[in-house]
Design a protein around this ligand. Sequence first.
Ligand SMILES: [Mg+2]
Length: 178
Amino acid sequence: MLKIFYPYEYVESVFSIDYKKLYEKGYRGLIFDIDNTLVHHGEDSTREIDELFKEVQKIGFKTLVLSNNSENRVQKFLENIDSLYIHDAKKPSVPNYLKSLEMLNLKKEETVVIGDQVFTDVFGANRSGIASILVKYMDKGNEIKIGKRRQLEKLILGFYKRNKKYQNRIGNIVKEKE
Ligand SMILES: [Mg+2]
């Protein structure tokens, strides 16, 4: 069954999500992936991302960064961001998703995972019973060779896009274009 890889929502980027609407729907916690979700792989945070964390926290969200990367990398990324985090998370393994809920002190129904990878972020969220928003991964525009994993991901998302039943399961959370 492919549905274990299907996100609840699939959007352009972390900036296209209407976090106020997400909050109105009862969500209180955001679990973010870092690499290719918030910034290009290995890069430091940007002013826009630092602002984004402040903005969602102002709305009332608790945040947690769940990364398979090392503690050094995650701490450096969070230099100007006040957020809970788990490094070396071993996504898509379930334990650190559950630990995230514990740290946030929230139920799985109140939490959303936001990431760029079907086989780690989304798969782990589905196995843990947590809703997920897949964002288009940030590529640098000069990566000609697409990895096998990304090709397989594309295939799965092709099926996902043809299966309306699994799309927009949170519903109406994309920012309207100004
Ligand atoms: Mg990622």
